[in-house]
Design a protein around this ligand. Structure first.
Ligand SMILES: [Fe+2]
Length: 452
């Protein structure tokens, strides 16, 4: 048994990141803008400090950056953003440096590069910046199918698939002809607003559609052009690579990472292609492989955890056909730590997501119950297979035990495996753990009767 720990960092948007919305009261326009700026800055620096601490705790195996390192394709900020994270994520003193992975976001694509260098060439800048720091090479056309935790010999490495969902960004090749014509016409360059849709598409002859007050007014020309040309999709190659790698994977769980979300987002965007063009097709193709996927993404500036499953493929309480999508918030709101608990065969039986968020007073907090989410992949029957789990359960059945008490008893497996085994028992409904969101020494473990 082992645990894989991952740090998930959402959209960065350098250099606007400090100007992003916060809950600082800015209603009084007379109040010093400098002080407001300082307050916002200090909140961001709390988060960066938190990332630094978590990344260098010695327990993180890999860090994933969800893309959108800059905004509107200003690629002069991409290398500086990566530099900042390279420093934050890899303390010189730390002996166990986590591997760093990054995927391109739509905002990382420069419009002139797209025209000049083409669909794939426009990512050269991004790729070179990441490779220059010794990070894992980001995906461009096909999927990057890798293994996580190769160095660890105690079990099969976890399949990892990185996907570039921003391949259509700032390109005309994926646009419908009616929209493409609208772009080229408006880009003759007199500064007139870009038409978001051609008149024939939005005007059905009755009245102008009501977009809930959201119109193109108020957006800069850059923003309008940007939204117009933001056409996310998964390339044919990436899809084929993913299905092939997933189908041939030994274990039942695959870790994936792409910038865009697979399900529609809560807040609709007024643009022709607000969602992944082939997201639904991709989801179905993933489910057809009969594997479980943990799909990490950013992009939506929100942090839902969503589960897509085929109930018919569920055997007992064990998931065989599930996609768990985990969204990282934008960096100014926090970050996620994800722990994957593996069983004896190496398969993942539990996903734990710890949400590090700024509390209103400006500090990173994670040690409260509501900030930890548990998503079990395996039901209770499998849990009894492990002798150590059984022994521990018998011990807890005698009376409620604290974590330190269990740790010092002869019934406990060593080190990390104790937490892992307790998680297995908790997940299977064999024990209840009070104070689960608090540090381990505060846990109180009670056996639940139940049948088995
Ligand atoms: Fe994005």
């Amino acid at each position: 048994m082992k645990t894989t720990r991952i740090l998930q960092i959402g959209d960065v948007h350098l250099p606007e990141w400090t100007a992003s919305e916060t809950d600082i009261d800015t209603k009084d326009a007379e109040f010093s803008q400098e002080i407001i700026g300082d307050l916002k800055h200090s909140r961001l620096s709390q988060i960066l400090k938190g990332i630094n601490k978590t990344a260098n705790s010695g327990t993180i195996d890999a860090v994933f950056l969800m893309g959108d390192l800059t905004s509107y394709g200003r690629n002069e900020f991409i290398a500086p953003a990566m530099d900042i994270f390279n420093t934050l994520l890899q303390d010189a003193s730390s002996a166990t440096r986590p591997e760093i992975y990054v995927v391109p976001g739509n905002h990382d694509v420069n419009r002139n590069d797209a025209q000049r260098l083409g669909t794939l060439g426009k990512f050269a800048h991004f790729r070179e910046a990441a490779e220059g720091l010794g990070w894992s090479s980001p995906p461009v056309e096909g999927a990057r199918c890798l293994k996580l935790g190769k160095g660890k010999t105690d079990s099969e490495p976890l399949p990892l698939i990185l996907i570039n969902s921003s391949i259509g960004s700032q390109s005309l090749h994926a646009l419908a002809p009616s929209i493409e014509n609208s772009v080229t016409e408006s880009e003759r360059g007199d500064g007139a607003p870009v038409k978001i849709l051609s008149d024939s598409l939005i005007n059905d002859g009755s009245e102008t559609p009501d977009f809930g007050g959201a119109t193109t007014t108020g957006h800069t020309l850059t923003e309008q052009r940007y939204r117009h040309l933001d056409t996310p999709y998964i390339s044919k190659e990436a899809m084929a690579n993913t299905i092939q790698a997933a189908s041939s994977a030994k274990g039942s769980t695959i870790l994936m990472c792409a910038h865009h979300n697979l399900l529609p987002q809560r807040v609709p965007r007024i643009s022709p292609y607000a969602e992944l063009l082939n997201g639904g097709h991709f989801r179905s193709a993933l489910l057809d492989t009969n594997k479980n996927f943990i799909y990490l993404h950013g992009h939506i500036h929100d942090d839902p955890i969503e589960i897509i499953e085929r109930p018919s493929a569920k055997i007992g309480d064990t998931r065989k056909c599930t996609i768990i999508t985990i969204s990282a918030p934008p960096i100014w709101k926090g970050y996620n730590e994800i722990a994957l608990f593996h069983d004896q065969s190496g398969d993942v039986f539990l996903v734990r997501v710890t949400l590090y968020r700024l509390n209103p007073s400006g500090f990173i907090s994670n040690f409260t119950d509501q900030d930890t989410r548990f998503i079990p992949l395996v039901g209770r029957s499998e849990m009894l297979v492990s002798n150590s789990a059984n022994k521990l359960w018998e011990y807890v059945k005698q009376q409620t035990r604290s974590f330190p008490e269990i740790e010092n008893s002869s019934s406990a497996p060593n080190g990390d495996e104790l937490e892992n085994t307790l998680m297995a028992l908790f997940c299977g409904g064999f024990v209840d753990i009070k104070n689960l969101g608090l540090p381990r020494h505060r846990w109180r473990i009670t056996a639940l009767g139940g049948s088995h």
